[in-house]
Design a protein around this ligand. Sequence first.
Ligand SMILES: Cc1cc2nc3c(=O)[nH]c(=O)nc-3n(C[C@H](O)[C@H](O)[C@H](O)COP(=O)(O)O)c2cc1C
Length: 359
Amino acid sequence: MQFNKDFCEKFNIKYPIFQAGMGKTMGTPTTPELVYEVSNAGGVGFLGASGLTLDEIENSVKEIKKNTDKPFGVGTLLPFDIAAQSESRDEVRNIIKQKYPEHFTYVKALCEEYQIEFQELPAKETVSRRVAEEQIDLILDLEVPFISMGLGDVTYLVTRTKNTNTKTLGLVGNVKTAKIHNDAGIDIIVAQGYEAGGHTGKIANFALLPQVVDAVNVPVLAAGGIGDGRGIAASVAFGCVGAWIGTAFLFSKEVDIYSQHQRQLIEGSSEDFVVSTTYTGKPSRIYKTEILEKWNSQNLPTLPMPLQFVLFDDFVWSAEQSKKYELMNNPAGQISGMINEVKNAKDIVKEMVQEFEAL
Ligand SMILES: Cc1cc2nc3c(=O)[nH]c(=O)nc-3n(C[C@H](O)[C@H](O)[C@H](O)COP(=O)(O)O)c2cc1C
């Protein structure tokens, strides 16, 4: 099979293999090194900006630019359905303590059960639209070739990037959102199926990809469950121009995640990666930790984002400080079941290209 030449020429890339921007949750999945290694190998590396400070984003982008002259991108999240009025963690914590005291007590009891010392995450801010807008301003100032957005206000992104050289990618999980992104003027749509790691929708790729391809008139990348050249070829057969791949790059030497988490990925089968709202308040595919079973077997409702997110960030932070890494949030997709070896990022790209071209 062959990659779509027009698409590659238009966006000045060698292979339409995009390494997905993955936010900081349990270490740093998308290190600058991962991003530039993927871009130098002919793919397009993406830095996940979610969870990074503005200084961290700026330093990372400078490091990437120092090490590659190839296109790369930065991934953001621009939420517009935040349930709490405040973006300060302390204030959100106070809302939880006043309105949902049983939730707070439950998480403290969970810590005690696992001999974890409860500690509040020191970060001051939580998910907020203002933080996301500041990130977008900075990314555009840094003249990054691509910017992607998961969960969010696509019109804002497209308006802000007008008259810049930065190309936009929008993640969608259904046809309705794909049409909204298309009509807003996004450059590339990433259709992400239910199989994917991290926050995900309800439709699997066999149903999603052909419908999104038919519904829009911009190029579509397939995301979710792609771990080798066969997955890319299947995406192309559905009419996509290439792939947006997260989980498979968690098996690269360049990621900076706990070895315990990489082990969960290596040893886990596809059934071990389930969709849960426990750690963030929104459906996210993650490794099935003991904490999920505990939460599911009690009677408290899951709070909306960012309340549940702030509640569980404190748990995850406490678990990390007590070195109980296996109880932390570990997002990854169903394709983890197929991959069981850690490799250099450039070899992952190279093998995917070889497998694809041999078909
Ligand atoms: C560890 C991890 C973190 C992620 N973080 C983000 C994020 O911050 N923003 C985003 O838009 N997507 C995020 N995603 C989703 C990816 O961008 C991508 O769509 C997904 O990984 C594709 O499916 P796959 O994991 O099966 O390859 C994340 C995925 C993983 C596995």
